[in-house]
Write a protein that binds this ligand. Structure first.
Ligand SMILES: [Zn+2]
Length: 53
């Protein structure tokens, strides 16, 4: 039951990628995607990472 795991997860986020162009507006002005390496939850942060690939 992944959603139960997610409820109790303390979340350990790792950087996924930066957000560019129109997608910035779509996510409310956030600049990067982060994913929890334990439960897979994704969040957007204001921070723009310089090591975009
Ligand atoms: Zn998590």
């Amino acid at each position: 039951m992944s959603f139960i795991k997610r409820l109790f997860c303390k979340h350990d986020y790792e950087f996924v990628r930066n957000i560019h162009g129109d997608e910035v507006n779509n996510v409310g002005g956030r600049r990067s995607w982060w994913r929890c390496r334990k439960c897979g939850k994704r969040i957007a942060r204001d921070e723009l990472r310089s090591d975009d690939k």
